[in-house]
Design a protein around this ligand. Structure first.
Ligand SMILES: Cc1ncc(COP(=O)(O)O)c(C=O)c1O
Length: 398
């Protein structure tokens, strides 16, 4: 194997292990998407690449279930999409409500404050979700609110936030609804137009099963109008949609050099989603989640209350079990990655993702079997075989 010497350290050929990615993201990337990533790089203004950009926008509209013209992939991860949505909709001094029930609502608050918004935080304990009437009452207290931001699938807790009623109360108050769909797009039902979501961002590395690096975003005509009629410049040059949209649109006005190979990968990942069909894909995520849940519960593990995402399973770590040792053993002995807890759940919860191409019966059975054996080593008293049996019965009953 070729090596090169970097200040006395031998750096060999890259050879990352093949893992089974069952954490909070990234999820497993199919060979099909990896092959797309490895296609020849062409110029970002090459006529062929321009076609690929247009096709990617069309596929994104299908997957977001929207007719929104302003739909594209921001160069950057999900947090760049978050920042793009907030900084384009908010001008300094604008009022914004941010609903915080975990890490990512908290991040949106931070981003909004950095954009100069006058932020009103509506908070519920981690793991809880928001009642639309509480959001309606909060909007009455803050009638000048321009944007309400909320997380559809809170990856830090497993909480699933229903959106239809929230959308109704937000619009009744004359505000725009901004949704974080990083852990739901392509895995859970998400209907941008039917649910009247004004701005939404996601990431490529979760239920789309693509490497991290792009952030799909979409803006409703009302949101696009707000962007068009801004009085001040967007404080981020890079994420300014008035310029980025000219790059992705008909005009092809040079803005930055898009990550060309990542666009290939996203295009292929979206083709996979559309070929499977959104309904079938959501049903697959639901079935595999139900099987995993039955298995984990049969092993005596307890879900974080209200954890109901089908893409991410958050369970409490049993008393006396060493979090890092279990995750280390799963990784080293079985090649399986699961996630630890964040914030108040650090050391107290595991997060098992079943996202995109990683949401399979094989992975459910694999993680249940491996976890059972690792927990037994940790001295946890469990009924050997009960987890896999419970999961099998969900599949047999379907
Ligand atoms: C719900 C949610 N929002 C935002 C993000 C940030 O995305 P990224 O890490 O791709 O920047 C994540 C990442 O895990 C997430 O789960």
């Amino acid at each position: 194997m070729a090596t090169c010497d970097v200040t006395g350290v031998e750096v060999g050929e890259l050879n990352p292990s093949r893992r089974v990615l069952l954490g909070p993201g990234p999820s497993d990337v199919s060979d099909r998407v990896l092959r797309a990533l490895a296609m020849p790089t062409i110029g970002h203004l090459d006529p062929e690449y321009l076609v690929i950009m247009t096709e990617t926008c069309g596929l994104l509209r299908r997957v977001f279930q929207t007719e929104n013209e302003l739909t594209l992939a921001v160069s950057g991860t999900g947090s760049a999409g978050m920042e793009a949505c907030v900084c384009n909709l908010i001008e300094p001094g604008d009022e914004m409500i941010v609903c915080v029930n975990g890490v990512f609502g908290g991040r949106m608050q931070d981003v909004a404050e950095r954009c100069g918004a006058d932020v009103h935080v509506l908070e519920v304990p981690w793991g809880e979700i928001f009642d639309s009437s509480a959001i309606g009452d909060f909007l009455k207290k803050h009638p000048k609110t321009k944007v309400v931001g909320i997380v559809h699938a809170e990856t830090s807790t497993g909480a699933y936030q229903p959106l239809e009623e929230v959308s109704r109360v937000v619009h009744e108050a004359g505000a725009l609804l901004l949704v974080d769909a990083v852990t739901s797009l392509g895995g859970m039902e998400l209907k941008i137009d039917d649910w009247e979501i004004d701005a939404c961002y996601s990431g490529t590395q979760k239920c789309l099963s693509c490497p991290p690096g792009l952030s799909p975003v979409t803006f409703s005509p009302a949101a696009a109008e707000v962007i068009d009629s801004r009085e001040s410049k967007v404080q981020s040059w890079y994420l300014d949609m008035s310029m980025v949209r000219r790059y992705w649109g008909e005009e092809r006005f040079y803005h930055h050099t898009a990550p060309i190979n990542m666009t290939y990968a996203l295009r292929e990942a979206l083709r996979v989603v559309v070929e499977e069909g959104l309904e079938d894909r959501v049903a697959r995520h639901t079935l595999n989640h139900r099987a995993l849940r039955a298995g984990l519960e049969a092993m005596g593990l307890v879900y974080i209350p209200k954890s109901s995402l089908t893409t991410l399973n958050a369970v409490s770590i049993p008393e006396g079990v060493d979090d890092a040792r279990v995750r280390g053993q799963l990784l080293n002995d079985y090649g399986i990655e699961i996630g630890g807890g964040l914030g108040p759940f650090k050391g107290k919860a595991w997060r098992v993702g079943l996202m995109g191409s990683g949401s399979t019966r094989r992975n459910v059975s694999l993680v249940l079997g491996a976890l059972e054996s690792v927990l037994a080593d940790e001295g946890v008293k469990l009924d050997r075989g009960a987890g896999v049996a419970a999961c099998r019965s969900v599949y047999s009953a379907k």
